[in-house]
Ligand binder design. Structure first.
Ligand code: FAD
Ligand code: UDP
Length: 363
């Protein structure tokens, strides 16, 4: 049996490519070394019946209408706007920093203009903004940086803000108004029956064969195919020829609390300066599920383990570039996704990248 494409990885990148290929009349084999589809966006019910995200909280948000419409072919949606509080000096404050954060933290009563003026007075402008430290200091200054950013970043990445590219901290805006949503994208929804159900629908096609618990390394020279779409870590594909590309990992500590309706006020609470974990997420906020108990997850960052985050800093970009050049010289393989492209992509960005890659290949 010869396939038009072998797709390695059944997360967003792989599933979108499989769906597009199948819809174009091509036969694909999609494999994953894990025992399930969905990649890191996989969700399932825990042993107490609460819908959880085993690989950490996944909140869908996008400003891309085309991406939202594409995924809408495979799921209904539940409106959900994520809110996050940060635990600082024993109190909870909105993050992204907004008017409430500033007024409560410094016992002020500023209006929006007043907050803008306050931030202007504390910010430490930089001539060039290259690192995440530059981003934070130039927008909120020293004190807010220490309270909300430096410790969290150290925990999350094992690096100082000054050692990370600007894009990392630039994910978090600063606001002078009362908007306390984590994201401001036009489309903020959760898949109504969960991510796994959405992936099942994407992959439900006679032209798609799914094989789970199957490692690419075991079949790479066996499966006959025209083309390979690879969505795993790019350094692994090339047998770490230039050395290991650093990825940050996490340990997820899941816990179920029986007969607790609500554990915390918002979907996520961040712990920038105390605790070994970075944040606690309570899934029922995200999913809207009714249950007499609740399930939470604490995230403990670590160096070793499954690769979850590319680590954006210049030396890593340089090493990635060397792998990328190898990839460019391997025309029968397409590299797409967060690990394969070594980009700090959100889910919607992966969908966008995969749609583009699939379109180009099909043409
Ligand atoms: P993955 O989902 O990682 O899929 C790659 C798949 O390839 C994996 O299933 C892996 O098992 C498989 N694979 C790798 N190597 C092999 C091999 N050799 N053989 C077979 N299979 C292999 N994004 C958002 O938009 N919103 C969020 O709230 C959000 N929260 C996140 C929270 C955490 C803790 C993390 C880690 C990520 C979060 N993301 C979020 C990002 C999101 O997870 C990714 O953008 C998206 O899931 C990446 O999809 P992917 O297909 O590129 O990669
Ligand atoms: N960040 C921080 N404090 C916070 C939230 C975020 O310092 O309370 C920084 C930190 O470096 C983090 C980055 O901003 O890694 C991006 O945060 P985001 O919540 O987008 O991370 P993700 O959800 O991708 O883990």
């Amino acid at each position: 049996m010869k396939y038009d494409a072998l797709i390695v990885g059944a997360g967003f990148a792989g599933a979108v490519c499989a769906e597009r290929f199948a819809a174009a009349g091509k036969r694909v084999l999609i494999i994953d070394k894990r025992s399930h589809i969905g990649g890191n966006a996989f969700d399932c019910h825990d042993e107490n019946g609460v819908l959880i995200h085993p690989y950490g909280p996944h909140i869908f948000h996008t400003s891309g209408k085309r991406i939202f419409e594409y995924l809408s072919n495979f799921t209904d949606w539940r409106p959900y706007e994520h809110r996050v509080l940060a635990h600082v000096d024993g109190e909870l404050y909105p993050i992204p920093i907004n008017r409430t954060t500033i007024n409560r933290l410094y016992d002020l009563d500023l209006d929006e203009q007043g907050v803008t003026a306050y931030l202007e007075s504390v910010r430490e402008p930089r001539d060039s903004v290259a690192t995440s430290e530059d981003v934070v200091l130039s927008s909120v200054g020293h004190d807010l940086c220490e309270k909300f950013f430096r410790g969290y970043t150290q925990k999350q990445w094992g690096l100082d803000l000054s050692e990370l590219s600007a894009g990392v901290a630039a994910r978090i805006p600063t606001r002078a108004n009362d908007d306390d949503r984590y994201f401001t994208d036009a489309f903020q929804f959760m898949p109504a029956q969960g991510y796994t159900s959405m992936f099942e629908k994407m992959l439900e096609h006679p032209n798609i064969e799914v094989r789970l618990s199957e490692d690419f390394r075991a079949i790479r020279s066996i499966v006959e195919r025209e083309h390979t779409i690879y969505t795993g870590p790019i350094d692994a594909y090339f047998d770490f020829r230039f050395g290991k590309l650093p990825y940050r990992s996490l340990f997820f500590q899941h816990e179920h609390l029986g007969e607790v309706e609500r554990f915390q006020q918002t979907g996520t609470i961040n712990y920038p300066n105390d605790q070994e974990y970075t944040r606690i997420t309570e899934f029922k906020h995200l999913t809207g599920q009714q249950h007499s108990g609740t399930s939470i997850v604490r995230e403990y960052p670590r160096a070793e383990g499954d690769p979850y985050y590319p680590i954006p800093r210049p030396e890593n970009e340089a090493l990635f570039k060397r792998y990328h050049e190898l990839a460019e010289a391997t025309p029968d393989v397409t590299f797409v996704g967060r690990l394969a492209q070594y980009r700090y992509y959100n889910m919607d960005q992966v969908v966008g990248a995969a749609l583009k890659a699939a379109e180009e290949l099909i043409e």
